[in-house]
Design a protein around this ligand. Structure first.
Ligand SMILES: Nc1ncnc2c1ncn2[C@@H]1O[C@H](COP(=O)(O)OP(=O)(O)OP(=O)(O)O)[C@@H](O)[C@H]1O
Ligand code: NI
Length: 372
């Protein structure tokens, strides 16, 4: 798209330095969020979705660290490195300070909603009190005005009898109601971007649907952009405009949602879609993805998905595919990191299909050099 994106993430890398080794939790991801868009980050557990979200707000804690890449929000550098005179990487001069991140960006410009509301809500204070205090702190309103605004926000997110519920404690709210409170809190400072990390995962399907409808409605009203983290392709289909599919720290496919569903380019995305319940299929027809996701500490060689991929060939063990444009849809690129597409031109067609069975027992890195 021609207009400057609201958020631009380029080659972001976040690692955890543990006793067992370096966990490459986020390993060079790039994506953009435009004004008013809901952009999905989807993938199985351990794909790096949460670490990526936390990295956007610079909330990664030791032993984790953002080690590379660039995050730009409305032209401001949330994260950026450059080579210093000594050849070592250092933080760029124009990168916002921790203080600026805390006071100017987090909450005000970019808000976050987590899966577990009790991480955000304090059980010993009333829901209304917490919301009021948050508004007071962030919006320069008097206590009385903030209280009024808090009640208004509770009403806005669909809490019935907001004046009465204002005085109640978090444990008196159901899971869905608590999640609504978090949405109210996230919206309270009218941020441009909300990062939502599996906010509906702990809820039952009906309540999940209600929350998603609410977000859709509020999104339209306030034109807020979202980064929506989920492992659920059904949720992606319902709420996202564009989506990034993550596997072991990488984005392996990115496209507008309809395009991704109807012209899937990566076998992992295909597998995710096949493992998802659909109205036109019985549960018995669901195909779970074969194998388990390997550890981010020692990812497989070549394409990280090759040990589980039905389309894997010998070349997939050797060549690590970058995310490349393989099609276009609605003015956006449809990128995929799979060498079976012609743009890669690494000899996939001539390559020998991998036999999965022996692979599981003998994990010898090279199958020998017997040519064809
Ligand atoms: N504090 C930490 N120390 C070491 N490794 C970590 C830490 N936090 C996350 N990781 C590792 O980073 C990788 C990505 O984790 P992340 O939580 O981002 O996955 P996710 O996609 O959000 O999964 P889920 O769907 O389970 O929330 C995993 O391999 C995880 O073990
Ligand atoms: Ni997560």
């Amino acid at each position: 798209m021609s207009s400057e994106p609201l958020l631009r993430v380029e080659n972001l890398k976040t690692q955890f330095f543990t006793d067992a080794g370096t966990v490459r939790a986020v390993d060079g991801i790039s994506f953009e969020v435009h004004e008013g868009e809901i952009v999905g980050l989807v993938g199985e557990s351990g794909a790096g979705k949460s670490v990526a979200s936390m990295s956007l707000l610079r909330l990664v804690e030791s032993p984790g660290e953002i080690v590379g890449g660039e995050i730009t929000y409305r032209g401001e550098t949330l994260f950026g490195l450059e080579e210093g005179p000594d050849g070592e990487l250092r933080e760029r001069d124009d990168m916002l300070s921790n203080e600026e991140m805390r006071t100017r960006i987090r909450g005000n410009e970019i808000a976050v909603i987590f899966q577990d509301p009790m991480e955000t809500l304090n059980p010993v204070f009333t829901v209304g009190g917490q919301l009021r205090e948050f508004i007071e702190l962030n919006r320069d309103l008097s206590g009385k005005e903030a209280r009024k605004e808090a009640i208004e926000m509770l009403r806005e997110v669909g809490i019935p009898d907001p004046e009465e519920r204002y005085e109640e404690y978090p444990h008196q709210f159901s899971g869905g109601m608590r999640q609504r409170v978090l949405i109210a809190m996230a919206l309270a400072c009218e941020p441009n971007l909300i990062i939502a990390d599996e906010p509906t995962t702990a809820l039952d399907v009906t309540v999940e649907g209600q929350i998603i409808d609410l977000v859709d409605e509020l999104q339209e009203k306030y034109d807020t952009s979202f980064v929506w983290v989920t492992h659920d392709m059904g949720v992606v289909a319902e709420i996202c405009d564009r989506v990034n599919v993550m596997y072991l720290g990488e984005i392996i496919e990115q496209a507008p949602v309809d395009e991704l569903f109807h012209d899937t380019k990566h076998p992992y995305t295909e597998a995710l879609l096949n493992s998802m319940p659909r109205p036109d299929r019985t549960v018995g027809e669901l195909e779970p993805i074969e194998g388990v996701m390997p550890e981010a500490i020692s990812p497989p060689s070549g394409c990280r998905f090759h040990p589980r991929c039905p389309d894997a060939r010998e070349v997939c063990q050797r060549v690590h595919p970058e995310n490349k444009e393989v099609a276009r849809a609605d003015g956006y690129p449809h990128n995929a990191a799979c060498v079976k597409h012609d743009v890669f031109d690494v000899g996939y067609d001539e390559s020998v299909p991998l036999d999965k069975e022996p692979q599981m027992t003998a994990s010898t890195p090279s199958a020998g050099d017997d040519g064809e």
